[in-house]
Design a protein around this ligand. Structure first.
Ligand SMILES: Cc1ncc(COP(=O)(O)O)c(C=O)c1O
Length: 350
């Protein structure tokens, strides 16, 4: 194998939890019904119903982009608008998949602190051009939990956006690629963070937090379910050997593996943020809330770290600011070695 990657480029660079690998191996023998009619897929749906304390439907897909794009297509007609934050993954990192799956739906971006859509801007966009046949019709709002700025949406923020959606008849989607990291940060229940505050559809991520590639589209508004099944197949996202996605999700939820992994990732981010904030010339953009940290580094520090083989990404919007992501696999030793390297550079003249 080539040199292992170092640093904090993404939680996508992490491997997979051994429990999840074992579950895949365990279900790899013998026959199982295809396309989601297998026992494991049924078990995952029951587990998620228990976890979210409500009746719901579950569609497993292999990527977060598929979950998001299917969800938004389900919530909006082709002449509809889905309101999102301008930094949202759906708007910047999905190559137009929501518009493609949604047969032309339009993403309308708004601003907002911490990459959370601003309520006033959402309202203004949601009522703009209503009933005007020349304009797209606002149909849904999507939020990212945790946000692209590393912020955890508070229950009050979700409540306020949910209330606006209820008032104006809009669907509410949550991109929960890092749902577990947000949940352990808030210390609430999955129900409190979602349908109790008006979320109609959730992309429940597992890949970044220990799975190989498995995400669940969790459908609280079950009127959307029948069409979603056809949409998933038509989009080429209905896995024939669904049991392998289900095995991942099943093991992910078993014994709270998902919560343990997320707690670990968040604690590593807190340690990293704490260490970075102590270095001369370094400042955090915001305190670490979950597993993503943004920090401003002097040029010689960022260059020196990159030259030493550490990976991390520049922030798209602010030159000199960088994004660091921790995962379930990040070790204390890795964080400390990075901080030592950064500390050495920061105290040198550059
Ligand atoms: C906020 C957010 N949503 C969704 C995704 C899922 O994307 P993918 O299609 O790469 O699984 C990601 C991954 O980077 C993400 O950061």
């Amino acid at each position: 194998m080539s040199d292992p990657l170092r640093g904090f480029a993404s939680d996508n660079t992490a491997g997979a939890s051994p429990e999840i690998l074992a579950a895949i191996a365990a279900c790899a023998r013998g026959q199982a019904r295809p396309y989601g009619d297998d026992e494991l897929t049924g078990r995952v749906a029951r587990r998620l119903q228990d976890l979210f304390e409500c009746e719901l439907d579950v569609l497993l897909v292999p990527t977060g982009t598929a979950a998001n794009a299917l969800a938004l297509a389900a919530l909006s007609p082709p002449w509809g608008a889905v309101l999102c934050h301008r930094d949202a993954h759906v708007a910047n990192d999905e190559c137009g998949a929501p518009e493609f799956y949604g047969a032309g739906l339009k993403l309308v971006a708004v601003g907002g602190e911490g990459a959370t859509p601003d309520l006033g801007e959402l309202r203004a966009q949601a009522i703009l051009n209503r009933g005007d046949v020349h304009a797209v019709q606002p149909s849904a709002v999507t939020v990212t939990q945790i946000s692209e700025a590393g912020a955890v949406l508070s229950l009050d923020e979700i409540e306020a956006i949910g209330a606006l959606c209820r008032e104006l008849g809009l669907g509410l989607h949550m991109d929960g690629a890092r749902f577990a990291n947000a949940l352990v940060a808030l210390g609430c229940t999955p129900a409190e963070m979602t349908w109790r505050r008006g979320v109609s559809l959730l992309s429940f991520g597992a890949t970044k937090n220990g799975a190989l590639g498995a995400e669940a589209l969790v459908v609280f508004d079950r009127t959307l379910t029948p069409a979603l099944h056809y949409r998933r197949k038509r989009a080429g996202q209905l896995a024939s050997k669904m049991r392998f996605l289900a095995a991942q999700m099943d093991a992910y939820l078993e014994g709270d593996l998902w919560l343990r992994n997320a707690r670990h990732a968040n604690s590593m981010a807190a340690r990293l943020a704490d260490g970075l904030a102590r270095l001369p010339g370094v400042s955090l953009r915001r305190p670490a809330e979950a597993n993503i940290v943004f920090a401003r580094l002097p040029g010689h520090v960022s260059r020196g770290l990159l030259e030493r083989g550490y990976l991390f990404h520049p922030d798209r919007r602010e030159p000199g600011c960088f994004r660091f992501v921790t995962s379930f696999e990040t070790s204390t030793a890795e964080v400390e070695a990075f901080l030592a390297a950064a500390g050495g550079l920061a105290s040198s003249r550059g």
